[in-house]
Structure formats: structure tokens, C-alpha cells
Write a protein that binds this ligand. Structure first.
Ligand SMILES: NC(=O)c1ccc[n+]([C@@H]2O[C@H](COP(=O)([O-])OP(=O)(O)OC[C@H]3O[C@@H](n4cnc5c(N)ncnc54)[C@H](O)[C@@H]3O)[C@@H](O)[C@H]2O)c1
Length: 353
């Protein structure tokens, strides 16, 4: 058979990615920083995501997030499902994702890959980049509300940029989740003390240097009085903090403020209620990375970072993982087609009218 019209792509499972060394937080951070700078250079296409919500009460949804990295000549798509009731109803994860990457010289797909790893690494990497610029260098205590996938990834990412962290306190809805968080992460960090807060958010957060909320709740879980001067807060989920938290902060930084105004997180709610506007936002994260705006300027500043998720960072991290996995010989080559439709032998026999 003439294979001149053969199209194939690489399929990478989560196991392929992990076994080929892709679970590399530093790689995700470096890739995200480079891509934030590319955004400033107008080298990114970043259309609005498409959201399909199947149940408004539970917010069960599948989102389609495309982006193009013009310098790398790659167009990608993250197809991500968020089903917040999965853990409770089915004992299954909330989030699952698949990535498609295509080259843009001929427009053909090059990869289909598991996307939860890249997506969760992106969330952690963006929080870590914010921490690099906004958290005190001498931070020792991290407090988390939420003990799920994002909380774990954030813990890894924060430690990679603030290696002086000595204590991690974690609160969630269930003590067994806090225990699981500790069992999974403590072996990685023998220099740290892990403390389960037994579902008491205050115990986890009060007086911490770095505060993280990563929950599926829609409630003001983090109280302003628990955030001491000099603390840095990374907000990941939906509505998770009292409005006073943001109001008392000296600097609020977003991954993309314009996008935040269209979403449903705490800052989005405050914007819609007229409590904050663009003038209250110190910067988007790329401005800190490029040095166009300052990060932390004094020891006592309270700083707030809110990420809603940028598809071009997902695609860039997905591409970095693809390159690393390919270099390690991981994955499977799958054929999309051997030839064009009418080139198949006996194609006429297969046509149904
Ligand atoms: N900002 C982003 O870019 C981004 C990206 C991915 C996910 N998210 C969001 O992050 C959040 C967490 O995602 P995940 O994958 O870690 O979910 P998960 O289901 O793995 O974990 C959720 C955690 O929230 C805790 N929780 C829920 N209600 C709580 C309450 N009232 N008090 C204390 N803890 C509570 C649960 O106990 C659990 O530990 C979700 O809202 C998700 O939509 C944000």
C-alpha cells in the first residue's frame, strides 16, 4: 500500500508520562515562566474556552480549552471534565483531562495524551511562580484547606520554590483525607513536619506564611483574621475566602484579571458585586515574571494570588511533557489513517448510500 498519506500520532498515557520522568515540577515552572513571557511578546493565540454545564447545582461540566504557541508552531486543546460530586457519589476523582497537540505547518495531530497530570502540574506551577514573587523568602509554614489533587500538587510546587518550608498543616472535610495527604506527601519531605488539622480550617491557616485553599466548596472558608501580615495566599478553587481577605491584601495578582471577571471565584463575585475593579489588581502574573511590575516589596505585605487557569500554559506544559516522553521512547505510535479515503483498496465496496 502507498503510505504517502499515512497520518500517525503519539499516544501517551499518564503512566507513560510518569515513567518517562515527566512528573517534574521544575520543568512545569520553567515552561510556564517562558510561556508567560511569550504571551507578553504576542506569540500566543488564546481564544475563550467553551463551557458545557450539565447540572447547574453540581456544576458538572466539560470544558474545551484551545491555545496556540506560535513560536513552537503548536496548536493544542485541553478537553477537561469537572464533576465535583464524583468523590462523594462514586469515590472517583473530580477532574479528568485529555490533550490533543497538532503541528501548524501542515495542521496534523502529533499527540493525544492524558491531561490531568499536565493540568494539575500547571496549577501548582502557577502558584509556585506567584509564590516566588509574592511569598516571603523566609516562609516556613504552609497551611492548606483542601487535601485533594490540587492541594497535593500545590504542596510540591511551593516546596520547590520555598525550600525553607518546615511545617505543613492541612485541613479538609474529612480527617481520613488529611491523613491520606500526609501519608502520600510526608515521605517526600523528611525535613518537614506534617500536621492534620482534624477538619478545623483555623488550625491549618492561622498564622501560616503561605496559605492555600484548594477545595470544591463554595463558601468563605478562609477568614481574614487568620492571614497575618507578610503572608501569601494562593486561591485555587471557587468561592473559598471571606471578601475581607482580598480587601485587606496589599497586592492582588491574577493569572489573567480579565478572565477572572467572567468566572465565579471569590474575586469574580466581588467584581460582579462592585466591591473591586481592575484598579484593585496589582498585576497579571506575566508582569511579575517579566519584571514590568514589582512582586513583594516589604516584609509585612499581605499578598493574594488567584488563578483561573490559562489554556496556553496547559498546552505549553503538555508540549514539554510530550518532548520529554518522546525523548525517553515512551508512548505508542497510532495510525489515524493509512491513506486518504478513496485511496483504500476496494473502498467502493464499503460505501453505503
Ligand atoms: N484555578 C485553577 O486553575 C484550577 C484548576 C483545576 C481545578 N481547580 C479547582 O480546584 C478545586 C479543587 O480541585 P481538586 O481536583 O483538588 O478536587 P478534589 O476533589 O481532589 O479535592 C477537593 C478538596 O476540597 C475539600 N473540601 C470540600 N469542601 C470543603 C469544606 N467545606 N471545608 C474544607 N475542605 C473542603 C475536600 O475535602 C477535598 O479535600 C476545585 O474547585 C477545582 O474546580 C482550579
Amino acid at each position: 500500500m502507498d503510505n504517502s498519506h499515512r497520518l500517525s500520532f503519539t499516544y501517551l498515557s499518564q503512566e507513560d508520562l510518569i515513567e518517562s520522568g515527566c512528573f517534574d515540577i521544575s520543568l512545569a515552572i520553567l515552561t510556564a515562566e517562558k510561556t508567560l513571557l511569550a504571551y507578553e511578546e504576542d506569540s500566543i493565540l488564546f481564544p475563550e474556552k467553551t463551557v458545557q454545564i450539565f447540572d447547574h447545582a453540581s456544576q458538572d461540566r466539560i470544558n474545551c480549552l484551545p491555545a496556540t504557541l506560535l513560536d513552537e508552531k503548536i496548536c493544542g486543546l485541553k478537553w477537561v471534565s469537572v464533576f465535583p460530586r464524583n468523590p462523594k457519589l462514586h469515590d472517583l476523582q473530580n477532574l479528568s483531562a485529555i490533550f490533543v497537540l497538532s503541528e501548524i505547518e501542515k495542521g496534523f495531530p502529533i499527540a493525544v495524551m492524558e491531561g490531568t497530570l499536565a493540568s494539575n502540574m500547571r496549577v501548582g506551577a502557577m502558584g509556585a511562580i506567584a509564590a516566588k514573587h509574592l511569598a516571603r523568602a523566609d516562609s516556613e509554614v504552609i497551611g492548606l484547606i483542601g487535601a485533594g489533587e490540587q492541594a497535593k500538587m500545590h504542596m510540591l510546587a511551593m516546596k520547590s520554590v520555598r525550600p525553607g518550608l518546615k511545617q505543613c498543616r492541612v485541613a479538609s472535610k474529612a480527617p481520613q483525607e488529611e491523613q491520606q495527604f500526609i501519608e502520600e506527601l510526608a515521605p517526600l519531605f523528611p525535613d518537614m513536619e506534617f500536621v492534620a488539622a482534624d477538619t478545623h480550617s483555623r488550625r491549618a491557616m492561622d498564622g501560616a506564611d503561605i496559605l492555600v485553599t484548594a477545595t470544591s466548596a463554595q463558601a468563605p472558608l478562609l477568614h481574614a483574621e487568620w492571614m497575618k501580615p507578610g503572608a501569601f495566599y494562593s486561591h485555587i478553587g471557587g468561592w473559598e475566602d471571606e471578601y475581607e481577605v482580598a480587601l485587606q491584601c496589599d497586592k492582588i495578582v491574577c493569572d489573567d484579571w480579565e478572565t477572572v471577571t467572567h468566572r465565579t471565584q471569590t474575586l469574580s463575585r466581588m467584581y460582579k458585586e462592585g466591591l473591586i475593579s481592575g484598579s484593585n489588581i496589582h498585576a497579571n502574573l506575566h508582569e511579575l515574571v517579566s519584571g514590568h511590575k514589582p512582586g513583594r516589596e516589604s516584609a509585612d505585605e499581605r499578598t493574594y494570588f488567584n488563578a483561573v487557569g490559562l489554556a496556553y500554559i496547559d498546552v505549553a506544559i503538555g508540549l514539554s511533557l510530550y518532548h520529554r516522553a518522546k525523548a525517553a521512547g515512551a508512548g505508542q505510535e497510532l495510525d489515524l489513517q493509512h491513506c486518504m479515503i478513496f485511496e483504500h483498496a476496494d473502498i467502493i465496496k464499503h460505501v453505503k448510500l
